[in-house]
Design a protein around this ligand. Sequence first.
Ligand code: KG4
Ligand code: ZN
Length: 333
Amino acid sequence: MTTLIAFESSADETSVAIVKDGQTVLSNAVATQINSHQRFGGIVPEVASRHHLEWITKTLDIALADAQVEPKDLDGVAVTYGPGLVGSLLVGLMGAKTFAMAHGLPLIPVNHLAGHIAAANFNRPIIFPALALMVSGGHTELVLMKEPNDFHILGETFDDAAGESYDKVGRLLNLSYPAGKAIDDLAHQGQVTIDFPQAMAKEAGYNFSFSGLKSAVINQVHNAEQRGETIKEEDLAASFQAAVIKALVGRTKRALTDFPVKSLVLAGGVAANSGLRAALTDLMADFSNIDFIPVPKQYTGDNAAMIGAAGYWNYQDKIFADLDLNTNPGLDF
Ligand code: KG4
Ligand code: ZN
């Protein structure tokens, strides 16, 4: 049995968790700072770092107390070292290094994106080879995994990430940041009345582009205003969401057809989207030999439990770091 403590502070959530064997969450303390950033319409890095400093020891205490675990019961300290905001990452990294040094535990460097994917293990163990659709506020990628800890990017976005496009359309609709959940809810009350064009629909491959869609939504609203008309917000949300889902599902279907995988993982903040989960469930009816393993909704957003899951892969592969480990804000696979 391997029990890891994990630290995550890459963006606007400060989190410490304790995870057993990469799939059982013993505790997952998450402090969110969204309220502090909402009035700015996005994360303010300096504000984020200060909040992390304030919360890192509190979340650590809560994680240990909730799991009823003593430091002597732990086997290692997993920590996100990228991608993310450098000032935010540094706080979790310093917390993890200090804890590792104080208790004589090995330090395990974890890629935040691997963490999002590994969180599928909290649903069912991922079956390999696997395809992962990783959709968050900063990334949109189709990742092929032949085995645990083996990541090959098949396709990614050329511009905005899927979550970013939700947040930008949310700003247009005066919804508070981050707007993904609010647009998802609105979409369910509306009808698809606008057929937004899909970027790169005719191109081969597995890449995405969402900035044209965002511009098309803005143009629709402005053109309607000039005609003295208004588009119902619910219909705009439903039409936008349908276009995002069509792009994500189309590329995923192509990859599933081209690569003989045994499971499909849906991960990242946008994996909480109910329309996307439903559309992929429908798609998987055509791939009955492939197991669809979405990350459980409570672990789709940023949290340290997912870092504990990916940290376990590294622990098994004996990937450890020295105490001079630095952040890598632009880290990818
Ligand atoms: O993975 P995450 O928590 O942070 C990053 O690593 O980026 O993802 C946050 C993103 C935000 O853009 C947010 O609007 C989006 O996930 N999101 C959603 C939903 N819930 C969160 N997007 C669409 N539908 C949702 N239900
Ligand atoms: Zn994330």
